[in-house]
Structure formats: C-alpha cells, structure tokens
Design a protein around this ligand. Structure first.
Ligand SMILES: Cc1cc2nc3c(=O)[nH]c(=O)nc-3n(C[C@H](O)[C@H](O)[C@H](O)COP(=O)(O)OP(=O)(O)OC[C@H]3O[C@@H](n4cnc5c(N)ncnc54)[C@H](O)[C@@H]3O)c2cc1C
Length: 269
C-alpha cells in the first residue's frame, strides 16, 4: 500500500459538495507539468468517510487502496502545491474520504502527472473555447492561470455550466480575469435559475442548447470556424458527446496525435 506522501495545506468549501483543495508534497519536489494535465490522489479504504456521505458499494474490499485521476487547477508556474477542484460523489469510494480531510491531514499524491488535454498542440494564433460542466473547469484554471498573459494575441472563452450560481467555482477569479484581460470572455450558464436566491439575469440552459443559440458568436462578433478556433470539452460525458456532435456538424474535427483537429476531449467518467 503506498505511503501517504503529501499534506493538505488548504481546503475551501466553495459550495455544499464542492471544494478547492491544495496539496503539497511532503519532503519531495513537484515535477514539472503542462497546464491541463492530471495527477492521481489516493487514500486507503480504512480512511473515514465524510459525515454527509451515503453508503458505498459493499463489495469494496476493506484493505483496498483507492486512487482516482484529478485535473490540476493550479498554474504550472506554482511549485509549492497543487490545487484541485473536487465534487463529492456521495456514494462514491474516494471523494467522500477526501471530503473528510482537513488541513494537516496526509494523503497519497501520485508522483507523475500526465495527460494530452493541453494547449501544447494548439497553434498560438488560434482562439480557444473552454466548455465545462461542474468540476470540468479545473484544467482550464491551470491553463488560464499559466497562459492568459503569455497568449495575449488570441481569444479565450470559458463557457461553464452549473446548476446554481453558488456552484460556479472560481467565478470571482474568472470575472477578474475578464475585467483585466481584453482577450478573455467568461460565460456562466445555469440549469436551475428558478431556484436562485436572487433573480438570475445571466445565461441559462444546458450547454448544448446554449451553444446552439450562438451566444459566443454574438459576444465575439464573428462565427468561430475550424480555421481559427479550437474547442476543449471537459466533464460530464453526455455533454461531451452531444457537443462534439454539434461541433462536428459545423465542420470541426476531434484532435488526435495522428490526425490534427480542433476538438479536445477530457471525459471524467
Ligand atoms: C482525467 C480525469 C480527470 C478528472 N478530474 C477531476 C477533477 O478535476 N475533479 C473531479 O471532481 N473529478 C475529476 N475526475 C473524476 C474522478 O477521477 C473520479 O471519478 C470522481 O472523483 C469519483 O470518484 P469516487 O471514487 O468518489 O467515485 P466512484 O466510486 O469511482 O464512482 C464513480 C461514479 O461517480 C460519478 N462521477 C465521477 N466523477 C464525477 C464528477 N466529477 N461529477 C459527478 N459525478 C461524477 C460517475 O457516475 C461515476 O460512474 C477526473 C477523471 C478523469 C478520468
């Protein structure tokens, strides 16, 4: 069973069941990584579950070690800690145990960070649209925190779908980025505006329907096309499949190592 080799240095509960977690290596150096890549967090089954969680799969062996992939949300210029944006899957195996952690507690952090969901193969003059549901925003935070200033000549847009306004993690930081960077657009989109505490005058609906309305085209003043724009899709697999189909109908193609395209995908489950 791997030794706990990292320590929780900060935990911010941004909404019920959502948190921003900072983890620092205990006695070793973080290796370099590309913004958009993921790390692996782990805890033994013997670690306690959060009080608000639900019963888990009874078939889970009592001596198992649980590991899952998590996109890094911090900048690759930050060398002291990694930041993660996590949702608690109430009946899940690992997340209720992570949600029981407090600053000072230890956990396992896989020492290698990997993944192809990066800006590495996107030419610098191409615009970039980041689409996410829920915690699928995490890899974009790393990319924006690292590259927004460097990439001042291209446009970036974040289209973030969440149920309610309190589920819009990183909203303040993204609003600030939009104020400070003329090349950055932030479009939060709610699926449950009727349950807001104060009337929501912003965008609503599921991301595929929102995309079909052409809101980005209106904001940018031109229709993004395969010659000038790349798309990143991250989070809920149903959203990914539907939006990929819509974008393909507009002439975009999935990007692979062998056949370059403009659609980059990261499925969380
Ligand atoms: C490359 C990669 C990066 C990832 N990055 C993140 C991240 O940054 N933040 C994050 O919260 N999760 C992320 N995930 C998902 C994560 O790896 C786990 O699947 C998730 O935390 C559930 O683990 P669990 O052990 O609690 O649930 P399990 O017992 O493994 O149950 C899994 C089930 O939980 C549901 N589920 C999984 N992920 C989510 C989710 N994000 N939202 C809602 N339901 C979900 C699905 O129904 C899935 O079948 C990522 C996955 C991949 C493959």
């Amino acid at each position: 069973m791997p030794e706990a080799n990292a320590i929780v240095t900060q935990r911010i509960d941004s909404a019920p069941g959502l948190m921003v977690l900072r983890v620092a290596p205990a006695g070793w150096d973080l290796p370099a990584f590309l913004p958009g890549q993921f790390a692996v967090l782990g805890l033994p089954t013997s670690a306690p579950r959060s009080p608000g969680s639900e019963p888990e799969d009874p078939a889970l062996p009592p001596d198992a070690f649980l590991r899952r992939a998590y996109s890094i949300a911090s900048s690759s210029l930050e060398h002291q800690y990694l930041e993660f944006y996590l949702v608690e899957v109430k009946n899940g195996a690992l997340t209720p145990r992570i949600f029981a952690l407090k600053p000072g507690d230890k956990l396992w952090l896989g020492p290698k960070f990997t993944g192809m969901f990066t800006l590495d193969e996107v030419p610098l003059e191409q615009n970039v649209v980041f689409l996410a549901t829920g915690t699928g925003l995490a890899p974009y935070m790393s990319m924006l925190r690292t590259h927004l200033v460097r990439d001042g000549n291209r446009r970036f847009a974040v289209i973030h779908g969440a149920r309610n306004s309190w589920d819009l993690g990183y909203r303040d930081e993204l609003v600030q980025m939009q104020r400070l960077a003329p090349n950055f657009l932030y479009l939060p989109v709610l699926t449950r505006p009727a349950t807001e505490l104060a009337p929501w005058t912003g965008h609503t609906g599921r991301l595929p329907a929102f995309w079909a309305k052409g809101a980005l085209e209106q904001a940018w003043g031109f229709r993004p096309g395969p010659a000038d724009t790349h798309f990143f899709l991250c989070g809920n697999p149903d959203m990914l499949t539907t939006l990929q189909g819509q974008l393909e109908a507009e002439g975009f193609r999935e990007h692979t190592k062998k056949v370059p395209g403009q659609i980059h995908l990261e499925k969380y489950w």
